[in-house]
Design a protein around this ligand. Structure first.
Ligand code: C2E
Ligand code: CA
Ligand code: CA
Ligand code: CA
Length: 279
């Protein structure tokens, strides 16, 4: 901070310095959080259009040493910029596979699929296919029950390498859905080249689907496209009955949202749904 001029002055601005120090402290805490097992997995149920429980999305939370529970929006960005997302993502995959293995013998849980968010960086920086193979082997999880959710940010660079890695993962038996569809880089031309089984309509479109003609047309277009490409369509952020009804009528396969179930600690999810089916 030797150079003169505005940037130097700003560096010593106490407010800016406080922000920088807070970020640095958070980053150190984030690093320790993994070894002290402060990350907890939540599950949000997913239902078929007919209303049957078909799976859950895994959503990570950070229970800090002071008891505070942080949502991913407070730390995933930092985890990505610090590289921590790779070991954190690995941990989330391991815990998810442990759950799938545990659920095998349960008449309800054993049928469910788990959707796990995978950051573009995990796919880029980590040898994800070999670590995934190791996790599947160690846990004994049924790979076909694991769905990896990617966002359109994977379209941003080196598409050929991404597709190759996805194929390597597919050959292990896992499958992919494209999350937050409609918000990012998606090129319709690329869509066909990726080995995907589902598109997940972003909740910003779902939000207005029963109110706004533009949102209605966008959702109808996405569903038509998905059907044309033989992809399932998952709607997230379903909060109102009118949204649910519209989405089901439009041909949406799977629904997720506060109307149907909130994210809850994985143990609560297991207690709530285990053995609940008719087998
Ligand atoms: P996402 O993948 O789009 O996850 C859905 C988010 O929508 C979750 O927020 C969920 O709690 C919230 N949500 C679910 N139903 C409703 C609803 O009806 N209304 C509204 N308003 N919101 C709803 P959450 O748990 O805060 O997660 C935020 C984001 O953090 C996720 O967005 C995902 O991108 C990321 N994330 C979560 N867990 C992981 C993870 O293990 N790894 C990575 N890389 N990212 C994660
Ligand atoms: Ca997701
Ligand atoms: Ca999403
Ligand atoms: Ca989202």
């Amino acid at each position: 901070a030797k150079s003169d001029g505005r940037n130097t002055a700003r560096f010593f601005d106490p407010a800016m310095q406080a922000v920088a120090e807070h970020q640095a402290a958070l980053e150190r805490a984030l690093h320790d959080a993994l070894s002290t097992r402060q990350f907890v997995l939540f599950c949000q149920p997913q239902f078929s259009a007919a209303g049957q429980l078909v799976g859950a999305e895994v959503l990570v939370r950070w229970r800090r040493a002071n008891g505070e529970l942080l949502g991913p929006d407070a730390f995933i960005g930092l985890a990505e910029s610090s590289g921590m997302i790779v070991p954190l993502g690995q941990y989330v995959l391991e815990e998810s596979c442990r759950a799938l293995a545990r659920w095998r013998t349960d008449c309800t849980l054993g049928k469910l699929e788990l959707a796990v968010n995978v950051s573009a960086q995990q796919l880029r920086n980590d040898d994800l296919a070999s670590s995934m193979a190791g996790i599947l082997r160690q846990t004994g999880a049924p790979a076909e029950k694991l769905c990896l959710e990617l966002t359109e940010s994977v379209f941003a660079e080196n598409v050929a390498a991404v597709i190759e890695r996805m194929h390597a993962l597919c050959s292990l038996g896992v499958h992919f859905s494209l999350d937050d569809f409609g918000t990012g880089y998606s090129s319709l031309a690329y869509l066909k080249r990726f080995p995907l089984t589902a598109l997940k309509i972003d909740r910003s479109f779902v939000h207005d689907v029963h109110l706004d003609a533009d949102a209605t047309s966008i959702v109808e277009a996405i569903i038509a496209l998905a059907h044309k490409l033989k992809l399932d369509i998952v709607a997230e952020g379903v909060e109102h009955e009118a949204q649910r009804a519209f989405l089901v009528d439009s041909g949406c396969n799977t629904l997720q949202g506060y109307l149907l179930g909130r994210p809850m600690p994985m143990r609560d999810f297991e207690r709530l749904y285990s053995g609940a089916g008719t087998g």
